[in-house]
Design a protein around this ligand. Structure first.
Ligand SMILES: Nc1ncnc2c1ncn2[C@@H]1O[C@H](CCC(=O)c2cccc(C(=O)O)c2)[C@@H](O)[C@H]1O
Ligand SMILES: [Zn+2]
Length: 346
């Protein structure tokens, strides 16, 4: 085995946590093609091979256009339940013990899925996944920012109404395009979500500059930043993120696929680590970007020149800055330590 193969084998069985992965963006090619076959009015290809081309993006706007065509395929609570359960199965296959899955409930309720049935579907899948696969799922409900304040209001209502809010909900996010969608307008919605006990985890600095990351920190009281890629352009921001221990949810391959960054070698992850920022590794929309969490760890190992101990530290970062309870964090970190010790034992 080459050293690289050896590291990949280590990654494959390393217990991990995933903090930035989208629900619909995790639909496997098999599920997407099955749903597309059921809905011939859709432009999504039914042939899994054709999906590879379909999931090749010219820019971020094109990615969102394609993403929404897949959202359009999810029409019933049973589709939602199956999708969620299958996403959990795939996470479990990669030894993901804990995941915070970003869900956009507005996109489903506005397409006519009953809100109560939607919540029941995700919760039913969450409980089944935990008992059958041992993978713990939690939810981040995100506002699709480009859909405007109506979407913000609806998402906030669904996340804060005690009669609707699902047990697994831990955080509140903001996704979609950043250009032309200023973050400060969402402050009142984040204030309400935070008052209801949710953590603030908006996307920022994925497709716009560091000022968007500042806005997310100042106006949305972000506790972690989704991507934060452009932060490297502002040394004061790098210092602030490091000093305040605001982690970045880095998704390297996503940034290449949406053309936010030109090549992996130009990805600023090295600058983030050098600045002392807590970095976590994530997959974002894995099948759409032709990746999975294990591949993202392999990318990180190459870009950051990590050995097994370095990879284990990266996996523990994600557990540490997750919204899992302390006993749950300790359990996964112990598992990472004993796995690594066994692997490295002579
Ligand atoms: N890399 C990413 N970076 C950012 N976001 C990402 C990424 N990957 C996936 N998303 C998801 O895309 C959604 C966008 C949905 C959206 O813009 C929209 C606009 C107008 C109408 C509707 C609708 O549903 O009717 C939806 C976000 O909410 C987010 O969860
Ligand atoms: Zn994302």
């Amino acid at each position: 085995m080459t050293t690289t193969d050896h590291l990949h084998a280590f990654i494959a069985d390393l217990p991990k946590a995933e903090l930035h992965v989208h629900h619909v963006g995790s639909a496997s090619p098999r599920i997407v093609s099955e749903l597309a076959a059921r809905h011939p009015d859709s432009k999504v290809p039914t042939d899994p091979e054709a999906l590879v081309d379909y999931f090749t993006f010219t820019d971020f706007a094109h990615f969102i256009d394609v993403y929404l065509s897949v959202v359009d395929l999810i029409r019933t609570p049973e589709d939602v339940r199956l999708l969620t359960y299958e996403v959990a199965r795939e996470l479990a296959r990669q030894q993901v013990r804990y995941a915070e899955l970003t869900i956009t409930p507005f996109s489903s309720t506005r397409r006519g899925i009953d809100e109560r049935a939607f919540m029941e579907a995700i919760e039913d899948a969450r409980k089944a996944a935990e008992s059958e696969f041992g993978t713990v799922l939690r939810w981040c409900f995100d506002i699709p920012g480009e859909a405007g304040l109506e979407a913000a209001e609806e998402t906030t209502r669904l996340a804060t109404d005690d009669r609707l809010r699902p047990e697994g909900l831990v955080s509140f996010g903001l996704g979609g395009p950043e250009i032309g969608v200023p973050r400060p307008q969402f402050k009142p919605y984040f204030d309400r979500a935070i008052a209801a006990g949710l953590h603030s985890v908006p996307h920022a600095g994925e497709t716009t500059g560091p000022e968007t990351v500042w806005d997310a920190l100042t106006h949305l009281r972000a506790e972690r930043i989704g991507h934060g890629t452009s932060s490297f352009q502002d040394p004061a921001l790098l210092t602030h993120l490091a000093d305040h221990r605001i982690p970045l949810e880095v998704c390297p391959t996503s940034n290449i696929a949406t053309r936010a960054v030109r090549t992996l070698d130009e990805h600023p992850i090295k600058e983030f680590v050098k600045a002392g920022i807590v970095v976590t590794i994530n997959s974002d929309d894995p099948p759409m970007f032709g990746t999975d969490l294990n591949s993202e760890y392999a990318v990180a190992a190459r870009l950051l020149n990590l050995d097994e101990q370095g990879l284990a530290a990266l996996a523990k970062n994600a557990v540490d800055v997750s919204f899992l309870d302390e006993p749950g964090k300790a359990r996964i970190k112990d598992e990472i330590d004993s796995y690594t010790a066994t692997w490295l034992a002579p």
